[in-house]
Design a protein around this ligand. Sequence first.
Ligand code: ADP
Ligand code: ADP
Length: 230
Amino acid sequence: AASITLANLGKVYPDGTVAVGDISLEVPAGELVVLIGPSGCGKSTVLRMINRLIEPSKGRILIDGRDVAAQDPVELRRQIGYVIQNVGLFPHQTIRTNVGTVPRLLGWDRKRIRSRADELLDLVGLDPARHGGRYPHELSGGQRQRVGVARALAADPVVLLMDEPFSAVDPIVRSRLQEEFLRLQATVRKTIVLVTHDIDEAVRLGDRIAVLAEGGLLLQYAPPAELLSR
Ligand code: ADP
Ligand code: ADP
């Protein structure tokens, strides 16, 4: 796992929207930091800057001390797992093929991709023999979400970015996914930035919580226990 440093990060979109004002944040290696705040406060923008889907207007992002701006974006994204709300699985590919997306880009051989995909499906609580050959529409929402996590972990990334990963499912399934995810994190110990607007999720999953407000201003940064005692 690698540490992540955001230093005076800001983003103004071309239309003049100030999505992120000025954020500085340290995510220690192997920790899960939750970014929480109301809709539109710039959470997704922060994640998209970390994996260089968009470029910051100011500030720097370091992963393990290395400035991401100096790295090839394609290479960078291969080291970063990205999980989004509606997963974005390829509908005409099987679950196993979806999970193998990044390893395939990396040129792994077929046998290795298959065994890695099955190992990951098992890790997220899906049965490779039953679910591996199915298509995304043949799984439940909760199962698809697990596939999204498996796919993000496939090439053993150093960092995991999760944007509202469990919001698209109903509360009971969400609660189970969160629990499973905590167990998974205890095993894989990734450095994670997880975005949510759900305070229960933040307290449940976060080693630390960073609270953002409109315009991207960072208001508080506290471990859950400290936050709860206020
Ligand atoms: P959050 O993830 O906290 O809901 P976002 O990062 O998605 O917030 O958006 C932050 C702000 O930037 C919002 O006001 C949003 O409307 C705006 N925004 C997001 N993407 C773009 C874009 N491509 N162009 C202009 N404004 C954008
Ligand atoms: P979860 O709690 O993980 O969301 P559900 O209770 O929604 O799972 O689904 C239960 C079972 O129904 C799962 O084993 C899933 O494979 C199956 N299932 C759900 N949707 C479909 C579908 N469209 N086609 C075939 N099987 C499905």
